[in-house]
Ligand binder design. Structure first.
Ligand SMILES: Cc1cc2nc3c(=O)[nH]c(=O)nc-3n(C[C@H](O)[C@H](O)[C@H](O)COP(=O)(O)OP(=O)(O)OC[C@H]3O[C@@H](n4cnc5c(N)ncnc54)[C@H](O)[C@@H]3O)c2cc1C
Length: 476
């Protein structure tokens, strides 16, 4: 093994290699600390050529490669297995933005660039890169594309797959596919780009990408709205599309339990409304048309206020506040974005990143809460998420005072209750986080044989040695 490590060192140098246990620890442990694996080494190439050389060496030595970006994934996809002969290949030194083209609305980036840096670079050029999620300060674009990440603006701009034009990928054989085409139209055979997007590093390593940009919004209105039920939330969203002139960019639903966890665990968090309500919606409308200033001042905020006023008369809204400036808007967003962090601080939980058709959300929530409570009467459901995409984090927090050892034996029953229901609704058991290690068995159970067999056929064809992130998504 020391010979193999020295060969790695010859490719990436001392700066690109971590072999001591303490140094490897953060790379072999996931964000939730649910998965802890083992790696022969953590390898941090500086460019695509080094990635290709490392992968070729691993293919020759039959060592598996686990690509990793910011390691914020929630399904263990970027973590090596406990007993494998694996390296972690971290893209965190590949952080260059190699081209920005505001005229053509594109940006070309290396895979390790942090999402927030991409957003900020786009903004500095009066453009928008709309992918936005709570982990944006630490997740990387390579991880975002490999998980086909969703986030809080999917209902308007689409998920990661819709935000990319071209890719550069290192194949499991260590070859470089340069598909960095900034083309909106390109019907030249099978779409390789779409194959690698969302593949969670099982088919190759994304090393660079050409991203799409949008005009930067000039007018943004953000509201925190108490609603009587998920049904009211969905009706409120439905009417908002027309009322906002198709400018709804985010619509997030939260149950009170999650808000309570945020207020309890996140310093500085405060409840924006005086009363206690069971359900809340965080609304964001944004437009590229600037607000009118002066005597006739107006824009989205006024439109939103009028719409929420009407909705209140119809009983869809119980109370609401509209942010008057960016600081207030950020505080409202922090309440939503700190749900995952607050839940982690509270203790163990099982997470269900599910989706059903938007109009089916209310019925699903009612039935789902009942199913979860039937599976574990003491459970504390924490429901929040991207209701505008029909995607909820329909989570179950362990009963107060329960540790992992006491709680986890119940996880299977809770998962089965929720996922059986999701499938009966024609929904998905993984809307945006992917499959990773966490949901391999569930995927095999809930998807048809023909679907799983086709995935296996693709995997075997592209990675016949099964060296690229083995054991994730499907077992071959
Ligand atoms: C607080 C919090 C909030 C979150 N909110 C959301 C949300 O709203 N929406 C959402 O979709 N996700 C969310 N996530 C999950 C996570 O942030 C996303 O999955 C993100 O896209 C992962 O990016 P990463 O760089 O951290 O990837 P990693 O965790 O490093 O890797 C994720 C997967 O991609 C693979 N991979 C990474 N880089 C590459 C590459 N260059 N080439 C090939 N494969 C690669 C890995 O092997 C792994 O399978 C959240 C996570 C946290 C902690």
């Amino acid at each position: 093994m020391s010979d193999f490590v020295e060969k790695l060192r010859a490719i990436v140098g001392d700066k690109g290699l971590i072999t001591d246990e303490q140094g490897k620890h953060p790379y072999v442990t996931d964000w939730r600390e649910s998965f802890v694996g083992n790696a022969l080494a953590v390898v941090r190439p500086a460019n695509t050529r080094e990635v290709a050389d490392v992968v070729r060496l691993c293919a020759a030595e039959k060592v598996s490669v686990v690509p990793q970006g910011g390691n914020t994934g929630l399904v263990g996809g970027g973590i090596p297995q406990e007993k494998g002969r694996e390296i972690v290949l971290s893209l965190n030194r590949m952080t260059r933005i190699t081209d920005i083209d505001p005229i053509g609305y594109t940006m070309t980036v290396e895979a390790g660039v942090i999402l927030k840096t991409i957003q900020e670079t786009a903004a500095a050029h009066d453009r928008l890169f709309p992918l936005s999620l709570a982990a944006e300060g630490s997740c990387s674009i390579g991880g975002n594309l490999s998980t086909n990440a969703g986030g809080v603006q999917v209902l308007h701009y689409g998920n990661a797959r819709q935000l990319v034009l071209g890719l550069e990928v290192v194949t499991p054989q260590g070859e470089i596919w340069n598909g960095l085409r900034a083309l909106k139209k390109d019907n030249t055979g099978y779409d390789l780009r779409d194959l690698y997007l969302g593949a969670e590093g099982t088919l190759g390593i994304i090393t660079r990408a050409v991203l799409k940009l949008w005009p930067k919004p000039k007018d943004v209105a953000t509201a925190w709205v108490a609603v009587p039920s998920p049904e009211a939330a969905v009706a409120l969203l439905s009417g908002a599309h027309a009322a906002s002139e198709d400018n709804v960019t985010s619509c997030e639903l939260m149950g009170r339990q999650g808000i309570d966890l945020v207020l309890q665990h996140i310093p500085g968090a405060t409840d924006p409304l005086s009363g206690r309500h069971d359900w809340y919606v965080l609304f964001e409308w944004s437009s590229t048309r600037a607000r009118r200033e002066g005597a006739n001042a107006g824009g989205l905020r006024e439109k939103m206020e009028a719409y929420l006023g009407e909705a209140m008369e119809q009983g869809l809204v119980l109370d609401a506040t509209i942010a008057q400036n960016e600081t207030q808007a950020r505080a409202l967003w922090a309440l939503r974005e700190n749900h995952t962090e607050a839940s982690k601080k509270e203790g163990p939980s099982v997470k269900h990143d599910i989706s059903v058709a938007v109009s089916k959300i209310p019925a699903f929530v009612t039935e789902g809460l009942a199913a979860m409570r039937k599976a574990l009467p003491e459970c504390r459901p924490v429901t929040f998420g991207h209701v505008g995409d029909g995607n909820l984090h329909f989570n179950c927090q362990a009963p107060a005072g329960w540790d992992k050892a006491r709680f986890l034996p119940h996880a299977h029953a809770v998962n089965a209750a929720v996922y059986d229901l999701v499938v009966s609704y024609g929904g998905s058991i993984s809307a945006e986080h992917g499959i990773g290690l966490l949901k391999v068995d569930e995927l095999a159970h809930y998807r048809s044989k023909v679907e799983i067999d086709t995935m296996r056929t693709i995997k075997r064809a592209l990675d016949p040695q099964n060296l690229m992130n083995p054991g994730k998504i499907v077992r071959v």
